[in-house]
Design a protein around this ligand. Structure first.
Ligand code: IVH
Length: 706
């Protein structure tokens, strides 16, 4: 591609070059903006890179034609690489979403059921600020660290920048020795407008909305730039604390206010779902006049002891929910339907739209989900959009809900062009020409090419180096795509042999745009750092269909070492036998996931790629984080029958927090069956297997909660 582009450059006249530079400036500026506003990108990263190289080649040939707004000066996605990382002492979580009134009623019900609570249950209700979350650490009253959320475990160190935000106190008096205050950095509407005006005058970056402006301003490597941006901060939560702030959410927030933080004045105490919904209406009515962006209302269980009992799921607390405002809508023209091929071969149709502003963001792409969705059918064959199909040329209604990719809500049949044709979903893969297949019961059509499909191979590599998987510093999606394109990395194992294959001279790497001997060495070191990998991350990184981040952890926690996991997957037969039964007995593992994992390990090609990878790695076994004196640590427990003092969910969470494994069915590996009234077949099989059986009181006595 590079060669073709450069050939083109050599034959251009000066006048043609000038026109071409103008085209590239517009294209790259717009693509860059789309990328950084987190809207779906307008062009692929590969095309972006190719066009950027073409621009550089043209500027090298005609230096005097270089434009004032030259895209070669654009800062790419790499800004984040300059920040040091901060591990959060207490994980920064996200929130589950509610969209309808009934979701809020269900939330209250769920909390009650989990706790077995029947009396009055109070919640706080407060605006959900549309900004960037931040964790501020104070030690002995002094601000010592500020970090962004990042992936929840590790964020970026933005301490110097936080010192320039007026709402963030530098020192507190009367605070606990250690206090981590969490909240949202945001920008007001008026500040946002004047910032963009200044940016326009200076030819700087124009922000699509206040949230992007706040995030972009906070994540500046130069704290002087942050200082010049009018950022604000609302405190609404806390992380590590050396002593409790209060007994309730409401008074803890008040305490933060007394300490000098700005807290949201619309925070209110509610005693039922009905009161929460009333507060939601109240906040929604005030939304247009608040002067800053909010995207919903957050409800939190008020009693902090109940919050503790409710605890967390993998990424969200059980004691809070975000009730989002309805999505904003806009009509625009559907210009084309493109097909993207994902890591598991799924063909995803993408709508290319005439750009339109929806909720402050310019949208030019939307997801079309799958072929049934385009045809106007749901996954059971029933009509969606009253059965209206979507055709290129149609006028379509686009909406955005929060951070999600824009979607299409409706089609205006009255304005459909006469020549619009029904869309034919590809039966061969547009990337590798392999046939596409749709399995019975699956909404998705997939490319059958496996690793021979360049798209699947690249997507798997992107997944492999992602944040939740190998997370190799300096090896992001863009770099891995370039390595794949140039034939340097075909499979994950190839990443780990880069130094031995290219390290000696580093000449070839040096020749790459933006690479020097130092950066090559740095990359090789970063790769070596990740040879040691926790088992759960490795399993997730393998990209097995149906094995997501949390199921990878379930598998890792059960098998604890790579050799045991590998042996189990190799020996298991789908549908029967001891290894299959053991896999299915893991709470949270179903037959679809199990079959997918086994068939991956038993597929020759996949297996070869996995073996080559393992040869490069030092896989770390799972260390059970059991409290030393827990009598159930390491034991496999099954609950059956009715529990009267706690709900099943709470019993499970408590057992797990004490280091026990909770299984869904009884097997030879079960250590203990906790049987309540009405226990049936599980109690029988436990008795037959000689498994110890106790009742709920026995369980509570055992764990010291009687
Ligand atoms: S509470 C453990 N309260 O929304 C839960 N979050 O979608 C901690 N957010 O990551 C969050 N306003 O960045 C909470 N009043 C509010 C919020 C709020 C905005 C953000 C926060 C969080 C995201 C989840």
């Amino acid at each position: 591609m590079t060669n073709d582009l450069e050939k083109g450059v050599a034959s251009l006249s000066e006048a043609e070059a000038k026109t071409e530079l103008a085209r590239l400036a517009a294209l790259l500026l717009s693509a860059n903006r789309a990328y950084h506003t987190k809207d779906a990108p307008e062009i692929s990263d590969a095309d972006y890179d190719a066009e950027k190289r073409r621009n550089l080649a043209l500027e090298a040939r005609f230096p005097h034609l270089k434009r004032a707004d030259s895209p070669s000066e654009l800062v790419g996605a790499g800004v984040a690489e300059g920040f040091t990382k901060v591990a959060h002492a207490v994980r920064m979580l996200s929130l589950e979403n509610a969209f309808q009134d009934s979701d809020v009623e269900e939330f209250e019900d769920r909390v009650r059921k989990y706790l077995g609570h029947t009396g009055v249950l109070s919640f706080t209700a407060e605006p959900k600020i549309d900004g960037l979350s931040l964790s501020l650490r104070y030690e002995k009253g002094l601000l010592t660290q500020a970090a962004t959320r990042g992936d929840g475990d590790v964020g970026e160190n933005v301490t110097e920048n936080a010192r320039n935000v007026a709402d963030i106190p530098q020192a507190l008096s009367g605070a606990p020795d250690v206090l981590e205050v969490r909240g949202e950095v945001y920008m007001s509407h008026t500040d946002f407008q004047s910032l963009n005006k200044r940016q326009e005058e200076r030819g700087g970056k124009i922000f699509a909305n206040p949230r992007n402006a706040a995030a972009g301003s906070m994540r500046q490597l130069d704290a002087a730039i942050t200082a010049a941006r009018p950022l604000r901060f609302f405190a609404y939560a806390w992380g590590a604390v050396s002593e409790p702030l209060a007994d309730t959410q409401f008074s803890a927030i008040n305490k933060l206010k007394t300490l000098g933080f700005v807290t949201n004045p619309l925070t209110k105490l509610c005693n039922s779902a009905a009161e929460m919904l009333a507060q939601y209406k109240e906040i929604a009515a005030k939304r247009p006049s608040l002067g800053y962006d909010i995207d919903g209302v957050v409800y939190k269980v008020n009693d902090l002891e109940l919050q503790r009992r409710l605890g967390f799921r993998s990424t969200t607390p059980r004691w809070a929910i975000a009730h989002k405002f309805p999505a904003e809508l806009a009509w625009t023209r559907l210009l084309a339907i493109d097909i993207q091929v994902g890591r598991t071969g799924a063909l995803s149709p993408v709508a290319r739209l005439e750009p339109v502003t929806v909720g402050g963001v310019v949208v030019s792409n939307a997801t079309l989900h799958n072929e049934d969705y385009i045809a106007g059918r749901d996954n059971k064959g029933g009509p969606i959009r009253d059965g209206k199909d979507i055709r290129v040329g149609d006028l379509v209604q686009v909406y955005r809900a929060g951070d999600v990719i824009p979607k299409i809500a409706d089609v205006d049949l009255g304005r459909r062009p006469d020549d619009a044709q029904p869309y034919e979903f590809p039966t061969i893969c547009p990337e590798c020409c392999s046939p596409t297949l749709r399995e019975e019961g699956d909404a998705v059509r997939r490319c059958s090419g496996g690793l021979i499909c360049p798209s699947q191979a690249v997507e798997r590599l992107r997944h492999f180096v992602g944040r939740a998987t190998f997370d190799i510093e300096g090896l992001g999606a863009k770099q891995i795509e370039a390595f794949y394109r140039d034939g340097w990395v075909q499979t994950p194992a190839d990443i780990f042999s880069l130094r031995s294959r290219f390290g000696a001279g580093v000449q070839q790497l040096k020749n790459r745009e933006g690479w020097g001997a130092k950066s090559a060495d740095k990359l090789f070191d970063a790769i070596d750092d990740k040879r040691k990998i926790p088992l759960n991350r490795l399993i997730f990184a393998l990209g097995i269909r149906h094995v997501g981040e949390s199921s990878a952890s379930l598998l890792a926690n059960h098998y604890t070492t790579w050799p045991q996991f590998e042996a189990a997957m190799t020996q298991a037969n789908i549908g029967s036998g001891a290894a299959w039964e053991e896999l299915l007995a893991i709470d949270g593992v179903g037959a679809v996931l199990a079959a997918s994992a086994i068939s991956t390990f038993q597929n020759e090609k996949e297996r070869a790629a996995i073996d080559a990878l393992i040869a490069e790695l030092d896989v770390q076994s799972v260390v059970t984080r059991a409290p030393v004196d827990s009598p159930v640590a390491g034991k496999t427990v099954v609950f059956t029958g009715t529990l009267e003092k706690m709900t099943r969910a709470e019993a499970k969470a408590t057992a797990e927090s004490l280091g026990a494994k909770v299984a869904g069915s009884v097997s030879a590996k079960t250590d203990l069956l906790v049987a309540g009234p009405g226990a049936g077949s599980k109690a029988k099989s436990a008795a037959a297997l000689g498994v110890k059986i106790i009742d709920e009181d026995g369980w509570l006595a055992l764990i010291g909660m009687a």
